[in-house]
Design a protein around this ligand. Structure first.
Ligand code: ADP
Length: 559
């Protein structure tokens, strides 16, 4: 490290120097800067433990502002932490890794610059959200769909993709669907990857590899540049669409089910956006802790969890996804799914027509609120016919539409599972001081690896007294992300300490077992590269070449 003459890691940026830079921005530019203590307290909030407060927040309105800010950051030697929308909940939100780093907020750069309908791509700025892109496509380009995550609809399309977030359709690998980046480097210079924008190169947004070294990866999960514009590939709206859910009957078949999902994905029957979820994930989505246990239990007692699962008809493991194509393709996929999963559990298909029927039924149930006997009888009939509790009715339309790339506020609210607050209409876990840490190792997609990792992690959740939350996400046909969440009570110091200890133990134990995380937040950066010293050295060399003074996002790549 010394031989590269890199900046040593710092504990905190000197706040008096930050003030000098803020004064210079105000004196020399019209760029908005916020540095009032109350606003900085809010900006430094995150669902993870011990987030760092920024020294100021700068709001760039365009790429020229980003260049100006980088030049000033160099002049005053002040580190900058770029965020697009700052909805990186569970991984550090909008907070920097080092105290008093200046956050460069890009949410005001929110233009959809181009949509190419023939070639199915858009060029967007970092502040463009899933909600915005979806609404724009529905209104102006109905032949196109975008992918989205089941995370915040107001998250940034680019921010999520740069962190290699996952979606729900065959375009679920969000970084994989970026093509053509405009980047401002740490020295304030601007570069376009590949051949550059149309006019200079017609394939900037259609040919990912460009010519020569492929450099776009340098700007993903890194601190090598501020991405100010990018091409993002879109899906052609399919002729037919159905979604499905599958409830696994026996835990012992989990490994077999994973192998079946892999084979279906390798054969192209399923899209890689398939999600498998355990009971705690499903409970968090459809309900909250029983009121009397909120703040009293860091983990649901087994009997309570079992009783809640029976009431909501939630199995230990379920999976779901979307099927799209021509009508013939969708029919063929449905029968292939039926054939492959026969005897393992209950498979349910959902179509737009079925959603309408279920919504009508739900409206009828709501009307019968004054007649509990009739309501109960109808509920029992529904349960007998569908195998599902009527309490799951509100969930079904959301599952169906998210699989089409329609972002939804419904799922993010599951972060409030243990919160004393009722789930709000618009979730904002930072605002509401909700505690949550994502831990996301990735494994080869075999039943053996997935069950081995679960067997390693579940007892650790039990040891530290947290609910074992596991969502298994197909990253591609060959790799599966085992996404775990530690929900904890931020107002309880000892529970927060336990959550941190669990996170550390999970990182250590899974690392020793040879599993890497696919993504990490500010809390996990430092130790990330312990098992890959040569790789870490190369990353440091690149950092040194591009940003010798350590201006961009200190703490984001290996120190
Ligand atoms: P979202 O709001 O979509 O969840 P964020 O804006 O919180 O995403 O971004 C997550 C992380 O990705 C940030 O903390 C930062 O490290 C990185 N990042 C986001 N946008 C950019 C960008 N435009 N340029 C460089 N890095 C970025």
């Amino acid at each position: 490290m010394d031989e590269l003459n890199l900046q040593p890691p710092i504990e905190a940026v000197d706040v008096t120097r930050v003030r000098v830079m803020v004064d210079a921005i105000r004196a020399r530019t019209t760029i908005e800067v916020v540095d009032e203590p109350a606003a900085l307290d809010l900006a430094g909030r995150a669902t993870v433990p011990d987030p760092k407060r920024p020294g100021a927040v700068i709001f760039a309105a365009g790429v020229e502002d980003v260049v100006t800010v980088m030049n000033l950051a160099n002049e005053f030697q002040i580190p900058i932490w770029p965020v697009s929308k700052g909805r990186n909940w569970g991984y550090g939100s909008a907070a920097p890794a080092v105290e008093n780093t200046v956050v460069l907020h890009l949410e005001r750069m929110n233009r959809i610059l181009e949509v190419n309908e023939d070639l199915a791509y858009a060029v967007v700025e970092p502040g463009v959200t899933y909600r915005q892109l979806k609404a724009h496509l529905d209104r102006h380009h109905p032949t196109l769909w975008c992918d989205c995550s089941d995370g915040p609809p107001d998250g940034s399309v680019l921010g999520n993709a740069l962190e290699r977030g996952l979606g729900v359709t065959s375009y679920n690998d969000h970084f994989g669907t970026l093509c053509g980046l405009e980047v401002v480097l740490a020295d304030g210079s601007m570069v376009r990857t590949g051949g550059g924008e149309p006019g200079r190169c017609h394939t900037w947004n259609t040919h990912k590899w460009g010519l020569g070294p492929y450099l776009e990866g340098l700007f993903s999960q890194s601190n090598f540049g501020v991405v100010t514009k990018a091409g993002v590939w879109l899906l052609r709206r399919p002729e037919a669409f159905a979604s499905f859910t599958f409830d696994l009957a026996r835990d012992a078949d989990l490994s077999r089910m994973i192998d079946i999902i892999r084979e279906l994905t390798l054969k192209g029957v399923l899209a890689s956006g398939t999600h498998v979820v355990n009971d705690i994930v499903a409970l968090a989505v459809v309900t909250q802790y029983p009121r009397e246990l909120v703040g009293r239990c860091s983990r649901l007692p087994d009997a309570t969890r079992g009783e809640m699962c029976r009431r909501f008809t939630i199995p230990n493991w379920a999976f779901g996804g979307g099927i799209m194509g021509t009508s013939g393709q969708v029919r063929a996929i449905r029968s292939e799914l039926r054939r492959s999963l026969r005897g393992l559990g209950r498979l349910t298909f959902i179509t737009d027509g079925r959603v309408r029927v279920l919504e009508g039924f739900r409206a009828l149930m709501d009307k019968l609120v004054g007649q509990p006997a009739l309501q109960g009888a109808l509920g029992s009939i529904f349960r007998a016919l569908s195998g599902k509790s009527v309490e799951l009715l509100p969930l079904i339309p959301h599952v169906h539409s998210v699989m089409k790339g329609q972002p939804s506020d419904y799922f993010v609210r599951h972060a409030y599972f243990k919160s004393p607050l009722p789930k709000p209409e618009f979730a904002h876990p930072d605002r509401d001081d909700v505690g949550g840490i994502w831990f996301a190792p990735i494994v080869p997609c075999t039943g053996q690896h997935v069950t081995a990792l679960i067997a390693l992690c579940r007892p650790l959740f039990e040891r530290y007294q947290f609910d074992f939350y596991a969502a298994l996400l197909m990253q591609n046909s060959r790799s599966m992300i085992v996404l775990m969440s530690i929900f904890y009570d931020k107002s309880d110091a000892s529970e927060t300490a336990q959550a941190k200890a669990l996170y550390e133990t999970l990182s250590e134990q899974t690392g020793l077992a040879g599993y890497q995380v696919y993504r990490t937040g500010t809390q996990g950066m430092a130790k990330l590269f312990k098992s890959a010293p040569e790789f870490a050295r190369l990353v440091r060399q690149l950092k040194h070449a591009l940003d010798p003074a350590g201006i961009l996002a200190p703490g984001k790549t290996p120190p």
